[in-house]
Design a protein around this ligand. Sequence first.
Ligand SMILES: Nc1ncnc2c1ncn2[C@@H]1O[C@H](COP(=O)(O)OP(=O)(O)OP(=O)(O)O)[C@@H](O)[C@H]1O
Ligand SMILES: [Mg+2]
Length: 606
Amino acid sequence: MDTPHASINVLDPKVAQQVAAGEVVDRPASVVKELVENALDAGASRIEVELGDGGTSRILVRDDGSGMSRDDANLSVLRHATSKIRNVEDIEAVTTLGFRGEALPSIASVSSFSLTTSTGEGAATKVVVEGGEAAEVSAASHPKGTTVLVDRLFYNVPARRAFLKGARAERSAIVEVVTHLAIAHPTLAFRLSEGGRDYLSLPEAGDLLERLAQILGVAKARALRKVEYESGPFGVSGYAALPSLTEGSRAHQTISVNGRFVRAENLHRGLDDAYRATVTSGRYPPVAVEITADPRRVDVNVHPTKQIVRFSEERAAREAVASAVRDAIEWRTQAAPQAPRAPERTFTQDRFSGPSRPPADYPSYAAEGRSPYTAPPARGLQEARERLSEASRPLAESFAEERERYTELPERGALPQASPEELRVIGQLAAGYILVEEPESLWVVDQHVAHERAILDKLHDSDSPATVQSLLVPEVVDLSPAEAERAAADLEELSVYGFEAEPFGPRSVRVTAVISTLADRDIAGAFKDALSAISGTEPGHRREDHILATIACHSAVKMGDKLSQPEMEALIKSWLESRLPATCPHGRTICYRIGLNEVARKLDRH
Ligand SMILES: Nc1ncnc2c1ncn2[C@@H]1O[C@H](COP(=O)(O)OP(=O)(O)OP(=O)(O)O)[C@@H](O)[C@H]1O
Ligand SMILES: [Mg+2]
């Protein structure tokens, strides 16, 4: 039988170019990204993108940058023609977004391409390339800058064209890319339109915060906190939203490295690390951060679209992002704010210290004569408050006309700003809410979630691990036969969370020790929830977070629990000292504020 024999052919250069093009441009959004990056490299101050059919039939990118001379324009569509590097050493410290001289020839090989450009002196030049054929160059008229028109992308590569999604999906990918680029370059003007409709219209912004307000809306921009961080080889700056503001995708999580917008899974995981325990999975708070690092430690050369970066110290980069964002969204300042906190705890047996130590600061909720406010405020609390009032300041000056609306603290999502000495616990409303007076305001605090937040914070605090307490009277927890069987199998893992338990008959377990915060609270409820968390989630951080949240929830006072004055005072104090007092682990609001002026208004005291 004859084996089919394939003879080797050298590819026609045009075909080779089309194949290579697939690596640089795989869909309209990557064409837009390459063309906008060229405009950025050319020093443009205004970049306009016009689409037809979501970019599938037409993409036009116009800029007011440097433009090109006739000779350069002619060269620009040739492979490996770049003005940006000359030798291999230049790659090490490249500061432009492009440097391969590959984008334009790639795009031109798979479309009807034309580029019109002018340096502002002499005649403009038009270069037309039809599906990778030889360029036709002619004189034209054009103001200083460059316009690139990409018609019928992939018309001559049907296999690629078949992979395009519908106009709407391609358009939204383009909106996302241009949004990221606009966030990475806030002081430039961007416009993205199709058929006369603007999808993005962003006049030049004074700074990043203003750009974010243009994109997210002013109300959401108010939930942003400034990120400013420096650790070893990395600097991280920008803005990150409080965990109470989340979205369903990463479309508004922009990370750039040395001025280049990138998609770097490793760094995105750093963001997730920062929001662990405060944001449920699948939700993403808006973030815009720029990482600065010595270019020699960053390799942007690892992927044809230059969107993927690699750091010589991947882990340190992720940790820097996590610490930077965490520092920004936490109220409590760390003893050494510059020192990166370990973003992850290891999943080990010894995370809780042994049973001997007495419970730390969460005694049973028995009355405790002394007012906690006579104690000096915890270290860093005052500092945290200063940061809070700093953060609650109106947005940038350029928002002057909006200013009026911000001078007052928002009703929700803010926190008391007075020092603990100035706060007074008035009492309890309906055995569920603690009323706190601050000069000028009344705060209504949900006692269960506030307490839950304070306890969870302690459970997550790796500096002072939670203690495990033996129970004087062991608690017998009744289970279904299936649960009892699972419990027997999971006893070892449960012990990591402080549950010391043993099988007790076929349908129950006997719990002999728990984390001290849980000691006189709902042990059975916490045990059962921890059990179902183990069977319902994959091992790892999510599971750990889930179980700790369960323990915190069952340890906390409930709606309906009557509290004494000292109990309320202790609760409010530890809540305000926690890292994220404004929201519960699921992003729910913990307290709201009623301004004294509002009370006066309601009573006609104008
Ligand atoms: N909008 C523009 N304005 C001015 N010059 C441009 C513009 N677009 C491209 N050029 C010039 O054309 C050259 C080729 O562009 P191209 O995008 O193909 O390569 P590159 O940007 O150098 O590298 P890369 O392939 O990594 O993007 C650039 O080096 C630049 O000199
Ligand atoms: Mg380029």
